[in-house]
Design a protein around this ligand. Structure first.
Ligand SMILES: [Zn+2]
Length: 207
């Protein structure tokens, strides 16, 4: 479609101050969260999850620590249209080798915002659905149990997500590279057998 072939219709979601580098900010700068939220247009709105694909009735979400409910509410305020917040939270419940993953520390919560917005926007641009959230944040201990995971995985910085789309991974990765070329974001795109990895590191990387 012509509308997706022009640069004019796709404003960058990522700014220098809002990309994954935020995880490198000194603690004193991380308290500027309110300003960040306003800049990102994360206004409160009710009913934003109504009809979201993949959001099962009876909600699988059950807080497993005091921060999870708060993180859940933080993510809901992003008003993602094609990613279920319950599925995001569920990805933090997985276990490997007897090690349970966790939600990220609060100081890292906002670091996930850019990549979630990229994925949500990409699904809309590609006119497909997100059918699975496989991995988001990984605690260092959990990451160490993930076969093949880099020690400094972007998942441990809370700037990465592994997703299944309703289109083949090869096509999703190609579409994501096209969107990245148009300025949607800067970061990594990894294609796997059944899913795609996206991250918002400050350089473009493909695998
Ligand atoms: Zn990944």
């Amino acid at each position: 479609m012509a509308e997706t072939d022009t640069h004019q219709n796709l404003s960058p979601l990522i700014t220098e101050s809002a990309d994954g580098s935020s995880s490198l900010l000194p603690a004193t700068q991380q308290f500027g969260r309110r300003g960040f939220l306003n800049k990102a247009g994360l206004a409160l709105a009710g009913g934003c999850l109504a009809g979201l694909p993949g959001l099962a009735e009876g909600a699988s979400f059950a807080p497993s620590n005091p921060f999870e409910g708060e993180y859940h509410r933080f993510l809901q305020r992003l008003r993602l249209r094609r990613i279920s917040v319950d599925e995001i939270i569920s990805a933090h419940h997985r276990q490997r080798g007897g090690v349970s993953n966790t939600v990220p520390p609060k100081s890292m919560w906002r670091d996930i915002v850019p990549v979630l917005k990229v994925a949500d926007r990409a699904a809309r641009e590609m006119r497909c659905e997100i059918t699975g959230v496989l991995s988001v944040y990984r605690s260092p201990a959990y990451n160490a149990r993930c076969p093949g995971a880099a020690r400094n995985s972007m998942h441990t910085r809370n700037i990465a997500i592994d997703l299944r789309f309703s289109i083949p991974p090869s096509r999703a990765a190609a579409e994501l590279r096209r969107l990245r070329n148009r300025g949607l974001f800067t970061g990594g795109i990894g294609r796997y057998g059944s899913f795609v990895h996206i991250d918002t590191r400050r350089q473009n990387v493909d695998w």
